[in-house]
Design a protein around this ligand. Structure first.
Ligand code: GLN
Length: 249
């Protein structure tokens, strides 16, 4: 009898586990893909004139949603909480998010869709020219980003982390930080917006390495990863991807 109960329990466990697996894996079953972003990262994501998130990433994920036959709902949140929200508050995240080994422990990534590098934004009259000049400086970054991680690794740095990148740039202009480290394209957007006061310099000059952006998805959901990769490939093949690059970047 004991053995029978144990077998029953084991069967029930396996059944409930597989039920769990299929329901949690099929994030598309309800016809809606809930997407987290941080709309503070132009031109990849920003708040458009209609008050809604817009930008390259938003257009890309909407096009992916169309290929997958689901509606895309975008949820704007802090960058630093995106990874931990995947699988609970949101299905996936698209936010100019760099693939890192650490993030890979917590989420799956699509194939990379964009190459980037960290840039250095400086006041126009700054004497900071080389990696050595960054030692001991006060560095503005966006919280939880690769720029934040790089800044923390710089010797004797003081890191000021902001939820909004634009606040870091404003503090650079106000003289509260010596330099801002942020991804290339937003750096170029800020440089042209505040061209009277700042310049943006390629981080390769400071030894920063190339990074790749990808869509983050729930850990273990390889089925979704395959579908999203296939959709991205189709968008590249049919010209949509290049049109979006042209429009936004
Ligand atoms: N690419 C950087 C990162 O993944 C910054 C992304 C962002 O601020 N949206 O950390």
């Amino acid at each position: 009898m004991k053995k029978f109960v144990a077998t029953l329990l084991a069967v029930a466990m396996v059944l409930s586990m597989s039920a769990c697996g299929s329901s949690s894996n099929d994030v598309l079953a309800d016809g809606v893909l809930t997407v987290g972003t941080n709309a503070e990262f132009p031109p990849f994501e920003f708040i458009g004139d209609d008050g809604q998130p817009d930008g390259f990433d938003i257009a890309l994920i909407k096009a992916v949603g169309e290929k997958l036959g689901v509606k895309v709902e975008v949820s704007n949140m802090e960058f630093a909480s995106l990874v931990t929200s995947i699988g609970s508050k949101i299905d996936v995240a698209i936010a100019g998010m760099t693939v890192t080994e650490e993030r890979k422990q917590a989420v799956e990534f699509s194939n990379p869709y964009y190459d980037a590098v960290q840039y250095v934004i400086l006041p126009k009259d700054s004497a900071i020219k080389t990696a050595d000049d960054l030692v001991g400086k006060t560095i503005g970054v966006q919280l939880g980003t690769t720029g934040d991680f790089i800044a923390q690794d710089i010797q004797d740095s003081t890191v000021s982390a902001y939820n909004k990148a634009v606040d870091a740039v404003n503090d650079l202009i106000n003289g509260r930080v010596d330099v801002v480290i942020i991804d290339k394209n937003p750096a170029l957007v800020f440089e042209s917006k505040y061209s009277d006061s700042v310049v943006a310099v390629d981080g390769a000059q400071y030894g920063f390495e190339v990074e790749q952006y990808a869509i983050a998805m729930p850990k273990g959901n390889t089925e979704l990863v395959e579908k999203v990769n296939k959709a991205i490939e189709e968008l590249k093949a049919d010209g949509t991807f290049d049109q979006l690059v042209e429009k936004y970047i």
